[in-house]
Design a binder for this molecule. Structure first.
Ligand code: XCC
Ligand code: SF4
Length: 624
């Protein structure tokens, strides 16, 4: 597709990245401060020029403050998404929303029990109402010593104790975001260590927000279980009205899927014999792919390219990671970009405000814009690449446990634990995070996962990592035979057969969108509890080899806080301060067990993660 855009003289993210070179060295190292109007102040990294900003802030303060602000922004993003879902649940409980209902009563009961909401003999609407109120309490509690409900009912006891002893358990998501902004205001917290502790606390609030967003979405829309899907641009159809959903929040996209079938005849009447074809982009795409097998067109970095096929009638966007360039690209084709959230508009897009109270009606209105747009297609410009990759997806924690239960119904986690102990599975790596224009799209993911799978490391993935692996053919049974070491292949084959998947489990398990990193936490928590150890003892590591967003900084930081060695393949803006770099690596390891590993080279990064897994295995007295 880049050939198409190039021939048409259309600039994409890659062209804009090139035009940005060379990028500013002060910004890259974190040594530029724009926090007050006396700035911007820059610290000379080589020690020759100025070493203090106008106010006297030094390199360590400046780097730490900006890092904390990134974490706060990431936390705000996930937690707003979570609040949106929690409010929807509250309103379902109040019988105000007629287009939504509980789709997973079992999950509702499980979550309610965990959070201390009584269920015995109660109406479902009462349970969800109280569950929503308890959840919203995590945005409202003013007692600093009372930690948020979700996190404190979800992590293993030794980890909670450690975080509590260090004063890191968040009490209120909104307050944590506000405090992060407040302490990093000009003339406030200047001590790098104290700032980073604040950063850890806000990042743990991010985890709390992710947990509630994920699990309440499961209550409303169903908990994912393994399902077959397809990925890459070939999922667009010449003979259908193609509609892409892009962003993160499933509240709208779920309804779009529900009503698409109702409008089938209208699409046919408009000239599209195959009706409406919904495809996903980024994490909205992951949400629909996980729950319903909806095809995924692409992940973050190539989100402009579905437009260049000339066959996309509309791209409906909600929040986060939506490129503001989309309407400019769309103007060169017939595609309509439709924004739907009043806090997330883009110049040049059509805005159709989404309201949960009128969800189906608005979803139909939006789809009719797409149907009506079908006639504006230019048949001569249609160019859909013949690239399509099958993928088995939908491995929520419950989905994984259910697959394991086919091997041992009485004790589902036992086969996994036994295989980790025997060394057939050396460990587990969670791939999360984004694409980044600084890296060839998906390259680090595929390189690292292949390298680790060969060494018998089980891979789970979320967010744009999932998109990379789905497109890259790592979510098929065939990939297990092709890429896994003998031990891992044996285990995945046995489970796949027992679970009736018709072949081995794939080497990479799709756990969902970026908010669904909380699913991976649930999985490692279950493993830690089963073994009676802390998360920091497990041979489990995390990696964001193509990290880009502020959300990825928040996720990476809580991953460190819960005890995981966490790799970043892009260099965060911290290298201007040895003190801050030391805090998030060596000091974090000593205090929390988790720490950052920054390594742009994917082969070397895979080696470092494998070493970290071996260190953990040795710590547990397991064979290495
Ligand atoms: Fe965004 Fe979730 Fe990153 Fe992808 S992975 S670029 S945050 S869409 Ni979460
Ligand atoms: Fe400069 Fe200090 Fe203002 Fe930052 S806060 S811009 S270092 S004067």
């Amino acid at each position: 597709m880049l050939g198409v855009t190039k021939a048409a003289g259309i600039a994409t993210a890659w062209d804009r990245y090139k035009a940005q070179q060379p990028q500013c060295g002060f910004g890259s190292t974190g040594l530029c401060c724009r926090i007050c109007l006396q700035g911007p102040c820059r610290i000379d990294p080589f020690g020759n020029g100025p070493q203090y900003g106008v106010c006297g802030a030094d390199r360590d303060t400046i780097v730490a403050r900006h890092l904390v602000r990134m974490m706060a922004a990431g936390t705000a993003a996930h937690s707003e998404h979570g609040r949106h879902i929690a409010l929807a649940l509250l309103h379902v409980g109040e019988h105000k929303l007629h287009d939504y209902a509980v789709h997973d009563d079992e999950k509702l009961h499980a979550v309610a029990a965990r959070l201390g909401v009584a269920t015995e003999g109660r109406e479902q609407s009462d349970i969800i109402h109280e569950l929503a109120e308890v959840t919203l309490g995590d945005y409202q509690n003013q007692d600093y010593d009372k930690p948020c409900h979700w996190i404190s009912s979800s992590l293993p006891a030794p980890r909670l104790k450690k975080l509590s002893d260090l004063g890191l358990l968040p009490h209120n998501i909104d307050a944590m975001v506000a405090q992060s902004m407040s302490r990093t205001h000009m003339g406030c917290d200047a001590e790098p260590e104290n700032l980073i502790l604040g950063g850890l606390r806000v990042a743990l609030a991010d985890l709390n927000g992710e947990m509630l967003a994920t699990e309440l979405s499961d209550v409303l829309f169903g908990t994912p279980k393994p399902v077959a899907s397809v990925a890459n641009l070939g999922v667009l159809k010449r003979n259908a009205v193609n509609v892409a959903v892009n962003g993160h929040n499933p509240l709208l996209s779920e309804i779009i899927c529900n009503v698409a079938a109702d409008l089938h005849d209208e699409a046919v009447a408009a000239g599209a014999p195959e009706g409406i074809n919904i495809v996903g982009v980024c994490c909205t795409g992951n949400e629909l792919m996980m729950r319903h097998g909806v095809p995924l067109a692409t992940n973050y970095l190539s989100q402009e390219l579905p437009i260049a096929t000339g066959a996309l009638e509309a791209m409906i966007v909600d929040v986060q990671c939506v490129m503001p360039s989309l309407p400019r690209i769309a103007a060169c084709f017939h595609t309509k970009i439709i924004t739907t959230d009043n806090q997330n508009k883009i110049t040049g897009a059509t805005h159709i405000e989404f309201e949960e109270e009128r969800a189906s009606e608005i979803a139909r209105q939006i789809l009719r814009v797409a149907i009506d747009n079908f006639k504006r297609r230019d048949p001569k410009r249609i160019d859909i690449p013949d690239e399509k990759q099958e993928a088995i997806v939908g491995f929520s924690t419950e989905g994984i446990v259910a697959a394991l239960a086919t091997v041992d119904a009485a004790d589902p986690l036992k086969p996994m634990v036994d295989n980790i102990v025997s060394g057939a599975i050396q460990g587990v790596v969670l791939f999360a995070g984004c694409n980044n224009a600084k890296i060839q799209q998906d390259h680090n993911y595929l390189t690292m996962a292949k390298s680790l799978a060969k060494r018998n490391v089980l891979v789970v993935a979320t967010g744009c990592a999932s998109g990379a692996f789905a497109k890259g053919g790592m979510m098929t049974s065939a990939a297990t035979d092709q890429y896994c070491g003998e031990g891992l292949r044996g285990v995945l084959t046995a489970i796949g057969e027992a679970a009736g998947l018709g072949g081995p489990l794939p080497p990479v398990l799709h756990m969902g969108a970026c908010v669904d990193n909380s699913r991976a936490v649930a999985l490692v928590t279950a493993l830690a509890n089963k073994l009676g150890v802390d998360i920091s003892d497990l041979p489990v590591v995390a990696s964001a080899p193509e990290a880009m967003s502020e959300k990825a900084m928040a996720i990476g930081t809580w991953s460190v806080a819960i005890g995981l060695p966490t790799h970043l393949g892009t260099v965060p803006p911290v290298v201007g301060s040895d003190v801050v770099t030391g805090l998030i690596t060596d000091a974090a390891k000593a205090q929390l067990g988790g720490y950052f590993i920054v390594e742009p080279d994917p082969e070397k990064a895979a080696d470092s993660l494998f070493d970290a897994i071996q260190e953990r295995r040795a710590g547990l007295g397991l064979s290495t």
